[in-house]
Design a protein around this ligand. Sequence first.
Ligand SMILES: Cc1ncc(COP(=O)(O)O)c(C=O)c1O
Length: 402
Amino acid sequence: MEISRTEDKISAKIKAIRARIDEAKEHDLYFYNQPIEELCGGARVRTQGREMLMFASYSYLSLIGHPKINAAANAAVDRYGTGTHGVRLLAGTLTLHRELEETIAAFKHTDDAVTFSSGYVTNLTAVSTLVGRHDVVICDKLNHASIVDGCLLSGADFVRFRHNDMADLERCLRRADSRATKLVVVDAVFSMDGDIVDLPKTVELCRQYGAWLMVDEAHSLGVLGQTGRGIEEHFGLGNVIDLKMGTLSKTIPSVGGYLAGDRDMVDLFRHASRAFIFSAALPPAQAAAAKAAFEVILEEPERVETLRRNAAHFMGGLKQMGFDTMKTETAIVPVLCGADELAFEMVRYCQRDDIFVLPVVSPAVPEGQARLRATVIAGHTPEEIDRALGVFEKAGKKVGII
Ligand SMILES: Cc1ncc(COP(=O)(O)O)c(C=O)c1O
C-alpha cells in the first residue's frame, strides 16, 4: 500500500514557507537572498543592475576587498591550491592554519587558538565539547541561535536568564547544583539589538559561583575597544574570559570561526571536538585572508575610530528624527518598526532609494518587534550617512513610525 506524504508535517512546513514567500513576492515585499553582483568601491555594491549603498554589511571595518587581504588569498591558492587534504587531525592541517591561529591568539592575548569552518559550527562544537549530561549551561535569552543549538546538542541542563539581567543570572547560578559543572555563555554584542553584555558583573558572578565563562565576540571583534580587540579591551578588564569565541565572517572578511583561550583548553578542542575531528579545515584562501585581516586591523587602527564615529553619527541622526533604536551602543543599529508589515514597507522605500537595508521579523525577533537591522561600517562617508538618514526619514514618515 502506498502511503501519502502530502498531509504530514514536512509537507506542511514546505507549504507554509512557500505561502509566506509567495505572498511577500506578490506584494513586492520579498527582500531576502538578493544577489550582490559586485563591489563598486567604498560602501557601494551592485545588486540587480543597480548600485546601492550598503547598510546591511557585517564588514564593520570595511575590509572586504582590501588589497592586502585579496593578495594574501591569491598567494595561498598559488601555494596550497583550493582545498585541504581532509580533516585537520589527520591530513588537513596546513602551516597556514597554525600561522592564523597564532595570529588570533596574539590578537586576543591568549596562549592559543583553534579555527573551524564556520562561526555557527564553532559555537555548536564549543558548548557541546565542554558540557554534557548532568552539567548546567546558562545563557542570556538573546544569545545567538548557534549557541542555543550548541546547548541543545550538549544534553546539559539548559537554563536561560533574562536579557543582560545580572540579578537573574545570579538566581540561575544559585539554583544550579553546587556540585555540577557550570558554563555561562553570553554574546559580547547582541546581534539583533546591538547592546553590550555587562561583562564585569558576569565575570564576578562566574567567579563567585565557580562557573566557566564563554563569550561570543562575533560582533565585538574589530568593533569594541580602542584597538578593536573586543569586549575585554572595551571594559579595560584584561584576560578574564575562559573561552573567547569569534567568527571570521564579519569584521574579518573570510569565513570560519575561532576559539581562543588557555593552551590546554584549546588542545582539548583540537583532540576532542567533533567539528575539528569530523569536518574539513578552512580552505587556504580563507585562512590566509583571515590572517591578513587581523594584521590590517593593527596596521590601520584608524578604521576602528572611524567606525565608532560613523555609528554615533548614524544613531544620533536616527534618534533625533524620533526613531526607536532600542539600546544599541554599537555598529548594529536596530530601527524598531513594530508589526512585520511596517518593517517590510520601510525596507521597500529605503531600497527604492538605493539604500541596501533588510528587515528582521519574527521568529528571529519577538513578535511585534520587527525592525530594520541597519549596520554601520567604517567605509561609510559622513555624506553617505547623511544621505541614508534622509532616506530613512522620508520612509519613516510615509510608513508612519515617526
Ligand atoms: C553572535 C553570532 N554568533 C555566531 C554567528 C555565526 O557565525 P557565522 O555566520 O560566521 O557562521 C553569528 C552569525 O550571524 C552571530 O551573529
